[in-house]
Design a protein around this ligand. Structure first.
Ligand SMILES: CC(C)(COP(=O)(O)OP(=O)(O)OC[C@H]1O[C@@H](n2cnc3c(N)ncnc32)[C@H](O)[C@@H]1OP(=O)(O)O)[C@@H](O)C(=O)NCCC(=O)NCCS
Length: 314
């Protein structure tokens, strides 16, 4: 018999998620149990989370996480759904998804969005559409790093670890809010996030609680004093050999000066200097994000696999 219960057993969720993730993308290091638990306990600022376990004849078989944005994207639910590889094709995934749909309906939300690397048959069978195709690429940074030439005239580089200087917070919020507008989002029903200085600080605190270190480089437009370009690399503290290249954004008024490549190259060097054990950096980009893919290619990133953001509208 299959039951769906509110999650209390963090170890069971960890074992399921880890086995599922390692089956699909074994080259991405999975968090330690301690770090994983911080993720369950500290959702991103502006989101509420619900956690469920699917128990099959007394054995934990699947884990469902629902993230419910509270400040924007109010029609959406971000879904993470994992079934242990030993328990597949017995309807557990379908039952967990049905539960997610039920909760979405109860909460008046219309779009369930979930990212996966190898769930095409499952997602299509559920009636979801492939809303955005992404490429994950990896950079080996054990060798020589790309050239870190200075920023274009009129701009000065700034960098920080974990906590941004107070005077940049508003600009970081502005740039971060633009991401859903500026980066390709395909058919995804997403709107700009509302991010202000307080939410930037709250995100920093969440990253700290989640035991990650973040390295940032930005470009300040000297004439206006505004931060107009920003990039960030994040690494879990107990998986120091690996990191994610997360955000890169250049304000539309300041594009065409090579700032994107410049800040990314400087940030690589900054992260590697701070973390000498860092060997690999992964990044994920929409297939149609030609600009960013070209920058990544120039930096030495090489494609690894393709991910899909699936969207189910109820
Ligand atoms: C995708 C995943 C959740 C499916 O879990 P599951 O419990 O095996 O799925 P179900 O048994 O409920 O399958 C439901 C239907 O999906 C389809 N399906 C699921 N896995 C399939 C596979 N490997 N090949 C072909 N069809 C598949 C089938 O139509 C299946 O119905 P059927 O068994 O009656 O033919 C599981 O493989 C998983 O955890 N993958 C890694 C994480 C992930 O990708 N999550 C999905 C996010 S969208």
């Amino acid at each position: 018999m299959l039951r769906i219960v509110a999650l209390t057993d963090e170890r069971a969720a960890y074992d399921i998620d880890r086995a599922a993730a390692e089956a699909d993308a074994p080259d991405i290091p999975f968090s330690s149990f301690e770090t994983y638990c911080t993720r369950l306990r500290h959702p991103w600022p502006g989101n509420e989370a619900e956690q469920y376990l699917a128990v099959h004849d007394g054995t934990p078989a699947g884990h469902l996480e629902l993230y419910l944005p509270q400040l924007d994207n109010l029609a959406n639910v971000i879904v993470e759904l994992f079934v242990h590889p030993d328990h597949r094709r017995r309807g557990t995934g379908r039952a967990l998804l049905a539960h997610a749909v039920r909760r979405a309906t109860e909460l008046g939300r219309r779009h369930l969005i979930s990212e996966a690397v190898a769930a095409d048959a499952f997602a299509r069978a559920a009636g979801a559409i492939p809303a955005l195709l992404e490429i994950r690429s990896r950079l080996d940074i054990t060798g020589p790093l790309p050239d870190d030439s200075p920023a274009a005239a009129g701009y000065r580089l700034v960098r920080w670890t974990d906590e941004a200087p107070e005077e940049l917070l508003d600009d970081i919020g502005y740039l971060d809010s633009r991401l859903n507008e500026d980066a390709p989002t395909g058919e995804l029903a997403v709107e700009s996030e509302k991010i202000d200085a307080d939410r930037v600080r709250a995100a920093e605190e969440t990253l700290r609680l989640r035991r990650r270190t973040t390295f940032h480089t930005g470009a300040v437009h000297e004439q206006s004093g505004r931060l107009v370009a920003w990039t960030m690399i994040a690494s879990e503290n107990d998986t120091g050999w690996h990191a994610w290249q997360n955000i890169t954004i250049v304000d539309p008024d300041h594009r065409g000066h090579g700032l994107g490549l410049t800040i990314k190259n400087h940030n690589l060097r900054y992260a590697r200097t701070a973390r000498p054990g860092l060997r690999a950096i992964d990044t994920s980009n929409a297939v149609e994000n030609e600009h960013m893919l070209r920058i990544n290619q120039a930096m030495g990133f090489r494609p690894v696999d393709r991910w899909t953001q699936w969207q189910l509208t109820v």
